[in-house]
Design a protein around this ligand. Structure first.
Ligand SMILES: Cc1ncc(COP(=O)(O)O)c(C=O)c1O
Length: 364
């Protein structure tokens, strides 16, 4: 046992936190960082300037608490999402991780069970243990797909109170069909399951991929979560949000901390939303790099999964650790997600993508 673990164990830590590792994607100083699915293109100059101006203005009022209801931001987010949504359907927090945590605080907890379908986002089990929610899983098919039938059956079998559906899923990258969401929602009626469709990467989906936003009307247990960390290039600002029935947002008011969304965060997010067009133009460019990675990895005999996100999950790698290290030696950091024969890479700028492809061509 490490010293650190021993010292932790001497504390009266909650039993369900003992032995857990914190979320810890490495943050090393490497020239080409393609490991955490951030937006590699950064903020366009005019968006940067608009954010600086908006934050400057907000700074003048920092002696006061911010708008607790972040009304302007909810209105702007509803306008951005469309689908007939209004401000009462929207909730926001410091990253979609906090949104997910608040959902678990309100609807999970002791005696409640959350279900997901691995491989999926590594924070789901950590958010569950942090809120003392039991975490259960049901596997995907060998090719990492998930059918409506299998997902619905898992919900019925586990009588889950909360279901996480990553779509597009991380680390596999592919979006789910809406039939899967519908089947999970119907199967969840017996246990009154809250169904969360985590659409953190929705803006990168291939043309024609529908969003679960279209399923919201009439489904009061359905939640679609989104983030400004990916398409909006604001991972550092921490802004995530959800769309759902107004009663869901009312439930989250019971668990949020007072004034949880700072005036600086609200101003930043609003300024970015005003320039959504410029940010979404970068998304198109990133999708181009993503498609280029899929094509070139296929040509190398590797097996990339269809990607609806800003990253590519690829199989057919004989020794992932060796390839991962070989890339790192050349200054390119990608992610070994611990799945045999597979690695995951974020789509970079044209130059970053070229560096990745050039080196992996030498390695495989
Ligand atoms: C599937 C998925 N959901 C949610 C998040 C959380 O993003 P944030 O808290 O930055 O909004 C991530 C981040 O990588 C993710 O991959």
């Amino acid at each position: 046992m490490t010293d650190q673990l021993e010292r932790l164990n001497r504390l009266p830590l909650r039993d369900n936190l003992r032995g857990l590792q914190p979320y810890g994607a490495p943050q090393p100083h490497v020239p080409v960082l393609l490991n955490v699915n951030g937006n590699t293109h950064g903020l366009p100059a005019k968006v940067h300037a608009a954010i600086v101006a908006a934050v400057g203005e907000a700074a003048a009022g920092l002696n006061r608490y911010p708008d607790r209801e972040f009304s302007q931001l909810r209105e702007a987010l509803a306008g951005y999402l469309g689908h007939g949504l209004g401000p009462s359907n929207i909730w926001a927090a410091n990253g979609s991780n906090e949104v997910l945590q608040q959902i678990l605080q309100a609807f999970g907890g002791p005696g409640r069970r959350a279900l997901s379908f691995p491989p999926t986002y590594s924070m789901y089990p950590l958010l569950a243990s942090g809120t003392d929610t039991e975490y259960v899983t049901s596997p995907r098919a060998a090719d990492f797909t998930l059918t409506a039938e299998a997902a619905g059956e898992a919900v019925r079998r586990t009588r889950a109170n909360i279901v996480f559906l990553g779509s597009p899923n991380n680390p596999t990258g592919t979006a789910l069909g809406l039939d899967v969401v519908e089947a999970v929602y119907e199967a969840g009626a017996a246990s009154s399951a809250i169904v969360i469709v985590d659409e953190a990467y929705a803006e990168f989906a291939r043309t024609g991929t529908p969003s679960a936003l279209s399923l919201l009307p009439g489904r009061e247990r359905l939640i679609v979560s989104r983030t400004m960390s990916k398409a909006f290039a604001l991972a550092g600002a921490r802004g995530g949000y959800l769309a759902a029935a107004p009663e869901i947002t009312d439930a989250l008011r019971l668990v949020r901390l007072p004034y949880h969304l700072s005036a600086v965060t609200q101003a930043t997010a609003l300024a970015a939303l005003e320039h959504a067009d410029a940010l979404l133009a970068n998304v198109e460019d990133i999708k181009g790099q993503r498609d280029r990675i899929v094509e070139e990895l296929s040509a190398l005999g590797l097996a990339p999964a269809p990607s609806d996100s800003n990253f590519v999950f690829f199989g057919g790698v004989k020794d992932p650790r060796v390839v991962w290290q070989g890339l790192l030696d050349a200054g390119v950091l990608i992610r070994d997600v611990g799945i045999p024969g597979h690695l995951r890479v974020t789509a970079g700028t044209e130059a970053e993508t070229t560096a990745f492809l050039g080196r992996i061509r030498e390695l495989v």
